[in-house]
Design a protein around this ligand. Structure first.
Ligand code: CO8
Length: 257
């Protein structure tokens, strides 16, 4: 792969994907997004992986879609390229996906971080939807996910002025889970990932699916969906193991079955 690096066993049950276009601040060109989609699909089918961490480098998580690649495109070119089918596929990743963000997370980069299930940020992280400054607007979920995450007033300000927010602001707005010193952000992401990886992968998948449903439907339907997934958890060996381990006062040994 040219634009991403994959370490399948970065830590026990944890895979690490690093966006790797450092000279372009990890601008998300079509090739990178295709590699990312394929890698996530493969990891979703790999039983040795329970949690995936997505990161960039210290300077940039990703500074947005590749402006140079888009600049001369017509609306019909964009329609035919249909890059959003790639984004839709990434959104369908079943395993928990943690973004470890340092430096710039802008435009499509901010949208990619928000597509993940949690965001661990270094204190140097900056989030923004600056598309308006180049004459367009967010296109990969920025107007929707950001608004749901931080509310209309703040999202409107970011989207209409293009201003960046700091990691601490993002934390106080509820966009990120935790902010730590730059030398600690990967360590913190691995720590959260390890905690999730020690749980039943079946339960994690069912729970992720149910939380995401909260964004897509009304309460009654969401509760109904949750209940079905709750029942489904009882079809797993991990449920038997988890409850038996509690009763026997020992650590559960989950197999993802
Ligand atoms: N696309 C292409 N190249 C980029 C991008 C980008 N988004 N961001 C940075 N680069 C390149 C620069 O052109 C530069 O390359 P070169 O050295 O060849 O000139 C290199 O990365 C380093 O960048 P800078 O010299 O500009 O670094 P600074 O530290 O001075 O500035 C900034 C950093 C503030 C991040 C600045 O680079 C910047 O403003 N970048 C653009 C941010 C932006 O507007 N992002 C939104 C893009 S549009 C978008 O994401 C729409 C998403 C729609 C859906 C997704 C569909 C795929």
């Amino acid at each position: 792969m040219k634009y991403i690096k994959l370490t399948e066993q970065y830590a026990k049950y944890i895979a690490l994907i690093e966006l790797n276009r450092p000279n372009e601040l990890n601008a998300l060109n079509l090739e990178l997004m295709t590699e990312l989609k394929q890698t996530l699909a493969e990891l979703d089918n790999n039983n040795d992986v329970r949690v995936i961490i997505l990161t960039g480098n210290e300077r940039a998580f990703a500074a947005g879609a590749d402006i140079k690649q888009m600049a001369n495109k017509s609306a019909i070119d964009m329609l035919k390229i249909d890059q959003f089918s790639t984004w839709d596929q990434i959104k369908k990743t079943k395993k928990p996906l943690i973004a470890a963000v340092s430096g710039f997370a802008l435009g499509g980069g901010c949208e990619l971080a928000m597509t993940c299930d949690m965001i661990i940020a270094s204190e140097t992280a900056q989030f923004g939807q600056p598309e308006i400054k180049i004459g367009v607007m967010p296109g990969a979920g920025g107007t929707q996910r950001l608004t749901r995450a931080i509310g209309k007033a703040r999202a409107m300000e970011m989207v209409l002025t293009g201003k960046f927010i700091s990691a601490d602001e993002a934390l106080s707005f509820g966009l990120v889970n935790k902010v730590v010193p730059v030398e600690m952000y990967m360590h913190e992401a691995v720590s959260v990932a390890s905690s999730i990886a020690s749980m039943s992968p079946v339960a994690a998948q069912l729970a992720k699916e149910a939380v995401n449903r909260a964004f897509e439907t009304h309460l009654e339907e969401g509760l109904h969906f949750e209940r079905k997934n709750f029942y489904l958890a009882f079809a797993s060996e991990d449920q038997t193991e988890g409850m038996q381990a509690f009763i026997e006062k020992r650590k559960p040994n989950y197999k993802g079955e």
